[in-house]
Design a protein around this ligand. Structure first.
Ligand code: EPU
Length: 430
């Protein structure tokens, strides 16, 4: 198992390109199941989660091939197996977004029920309620969910839950409804840019979806969809993570392939604490320049569904606020238990006080390097970011989590001036 060894204290400077979005790519790859003929997906990042989704799609009868230009071609050639096994699903919860496409296209899906994970319980009850409303018969057998429907029928569906809407639940129900008979209206749909990207892909395949990006999505069912070519949107969470890395090191970094309008809540917080964020659309490529020249100010953040502040940037901002001037407060409203980074940041000298879903952060002048343990993808990113600013050496153990969502993160940060070495844990134990 790999660890990242970080020598803190260097300012990040230079330019890097943000990859296509993992969380847009995963449901779009699953939706390729709905089509006849190949889909070519451009800007699919090279991540372990994408590798797991490819393995699952292959198991479900699709060929998945990386073309010379890096795009991914998916073509379903065999519809005989619609069973997503536990050993594939447990590696990546997003496998659940094959459920809607499978039942809509093949009339049957069997998917192992995803378990909880480091960031909380993560139920799928709303996904199932939505598919049931479309007419699918849902059963739970031996830890597997089965969904059966000779055909789906459009209807009105409310997808709200106690923590707002559901991103992958909206993806599942919207994808399934494209092949339903009649019209489906989803109320309280997730408004995330990844849902809009999926709708754009589905529409390019022949679906009739309007309203994606708003809480009401209308889907007029069609008889069939055909494969198409689609470019994945830039990863707003990867962009936000690099922006925090630039800010915490008082650096100046140019990021290419960023859609700042997907990051308005985060940009607003950056500016509020004293980070300069400027749009930079050179040569028709959208991007931004992030710089900070002084000690940052404290702030209050509450995570919310889009367009509110994203839960996927909560941990990274906590690392940043650990060295801000004054007391900050972060409240997590999407995944109230998503705080495994708190104990690890505290090992680096952060002063954090957790009370339920809220953490008060007493800003310190400096963090001190320490051996720490990564627990989930975004927490890992936060710990690496903290290490960039800390005095001395920080060793982040169990970094396989970070490879799920960030491609070659240490190489890309090093190209900006960071000093990070990837080491096999065994070498550290010697
Ligand atoms: N929820 C339910 N029932 C459901 C579904 C969700 O109660 O059936 C609850 C969840 O427990 C949570 C809230 O609703 O409290 C929102 O969860 P959501 O379903 O929106 O999360 P998700 O779709 O499973 C995606 C991203 C997550 C991101 C969340 C929130 C992917 C692959 N995952 O998960 O990304 O945190 O939306 O924006 O798109 C990450 O990339 O690190 C990551 C965890």
């Amino acid at each position: 198992m790999d660890s990242l060894v970080i020598q803190g204290g260097t300012r990040l400077r230079g330019s890097t390109r943000i990859n296509g979005s993992k969380n847009a790519a995963l449901p779009i790859m699953a939706a390729a199941i709905l089509a006849s003929g190949p889909s070519t997906l451009i800007d699919i990042p090279n991540l372990s989660d994408i590798g797991h989704q490819i393995n699952l799609l292959r198991e479900l009868g699709a060929t998945c091939e990386r073309l010379a230009d890096g795009s991914l071609q998916i073509n379903v050639t065999d519809e005989s197996n619609s069973h997503a096994r536990y050993d594939l699903v447990r590696k990546m919860r997003a496998s659940i977004c094959t459920l809607g496409p499978l039942v809509a296209k093949r009339g049957y899906a069997r998917i192992s029920m995803p378990g909880g994970c480091a960031i909380g319980d993560r139920p799928v009850d709303i996904h199932l309620r939505g598919l049931q409303a479309l007419g699918a018969k849902i059963e739970l057998n031996g830890g597997d969910i089965t969904a059966t429907a000779p055909h789906l029928t459009g209807t009105e569906i409310f997808l709200g839950g106690n923590f707002g809407s559901t991103v992958l639940g909206t993806a599942n129900v919207m994808s399934a409804a494209t092949l339903a008979r009649g019209t489906t209206v989803i109320e309280c749909a997730a408004c995330e840019p990844e849902v809009v990207d999926l709708a754009n892909y589905l529409n390019a395949m022949g679906a009739k979806i309007t309203g994606a990006g708003t809480p009401r999505i209308t889907i007029e069912g069609v008889k069939a969809l055909t494969g198409t070519t689609h470019k994945i949107i830039p990863d707003r969470i990867e962009a936000g993570t690099f922006m925090v890395a630039a800010a915490i090191t008082n650096g100046e970094v140019h990021l290419q392939n960023v859609q700042l309008d997907h990051l308005m809540a985060a940009t607003d917080k950056f500016r509020a604490i004293g980070v300069l964020v400027e749009k930079d659309n050179k040569d028709g490529v959208s991007g931004c320049i992030v710089s900070s020249l002084r000690r940052l100010e404290a702030t209050a953040i509450t995570t919310q569904p889009h367009p509110g502040f994203p839960t996927d940037l909560q941990a990274q901002f906590m690392a940043l606020l650990c060295i801000a001037d004054g007391n900050s407060i972060i409240t997590e409203k999407i995944f109230p238990d998503r705080f495994l980074h708190v104990a690890e940041l505290s090992r680096m000298g952060a002063r954090l006080h957790k009370e339920g879903p809220t953490v008060i952060i007493e800003g310190q002048k400096q963090l001190i390097g320490a051996p720490i343990m990564a627990s989930d993808l975004r927490a890992s990113a936060a710990l690496v970011i903290a290490g960039l600013a800390a005095k001395g050496t920080t060793t982040v153990n169990r970094v396989y989590h970070i490879d799920r969502g960030y491609e070659r993160i240490e190489q890309r940060l090093n190209a900006l001036g960071a000093q990070i070495q990837r080491i096999d844990q065994k070498e550290l134990d010697l």
